[in-house]
Design a protein around this ligand. Structure first.
Ligand code: CA
Length: 231
């Protein structure tokens, strides 16, 4: 399951994309203009953004460029009725990963979406090992070591730590943590998040646990360097 953003001003296509992707088990966000798309993408940090090119206001190329400038690291698939080579080149030049022309075949859409999600997962999984103070973390093997001594984390704590690492230096809202760690239709409350963050910090120890900060009104953020300010 991936988190996918659709930015498409045409209601029929938007609904079609939403239906197809939701039936594939994905969590879908959608909107109809570039400015909202930019906001949602930076806030929700989806794994993949599907952008129509001809949009009111900010067009798909501009949105794509803006997302990459903002260091959005999910996949970007441009979907458009424009079919010239120049448009494809402009799309890929603006930081898109792939290009799909309307009218598209549902199977082709699904295949491209699946490929982009896999590519994104591989990219994320390459950066699986990191050091947090005196702790070495291997997210792939699910092994944590303090000065060489392994210690265990629960499945939930691994998911939580991984999410915070993926968003390093940026606050992650309790709602997003709930969504990513527990699944958005499950029943835990934001208090659950606080409890698990508390437990994770304790397991990491005072020095490393302190790298996970409660950012007032925004959620939790992990910083490799405790003295570093949030940007
Ligand atoms: Ca359009």
């Amino acid at each position: 399951m991936a988190r996918i953003l659709i930015v498409e001003d045409e209601p029929t296509t938007r609904m079609l994309l939403r239906t197809v992707l939701q039936s594939g088990g994905h969590r879908v966000f959608d909107c109809r203009d570039g400015a909202s798309g930019l906001q949602i993408a930076l806030h929700e940090k989806p794994d993949l953004a599907i952008l129509d090119v001809n949009l009111p206001g900010l067009n798909g190329f501009e949105l794509c460029t803006a997302l990459r400038h903002a260091r959005f690291d999910g996949g970007i698939l441009l979907v458009t009725a424009r079919q010239t080579i120049d448009d494809r080149v402009a799309g890929l030049g603006s930081g898109a990963d792939d290009y799909l022309c309307k009218p598209f075949d549902i199977r082709e859409l699904k295949a491209r979406v699946a490929a982009l999600i896999r590519r994104n997962e591989r990219r994320v999984s390459k950066e699986r090992t990191c050091t947090l103070g005196k702790i070495e973390v291997d997210l792939g093997q699910k092994v944590a070591r303090r000065e060489g001594m392994p210690f265990s984390l629960t499945k939930t704590e691994w998911s939580l730590l991984e999410l915070l690492l993926q968003n390093e230096g940026r606050p992650v809202s309790r709602a997003k943590i709930l969504d990513a760690v527990w699944g958005y239709d499950s029943s835990p409350t934001t208090r659950t998040v606080d409890t698990h963050v508390y437990r994770l910090r304790r397991k990491l120890g005072d020095d490393v646990g302190a790298l996970i900060r409660n950012v007032h009104g925004e959620g939790y953020a992990l910083r490799h360097n405790a003295s570093e300010e949030l940007s």
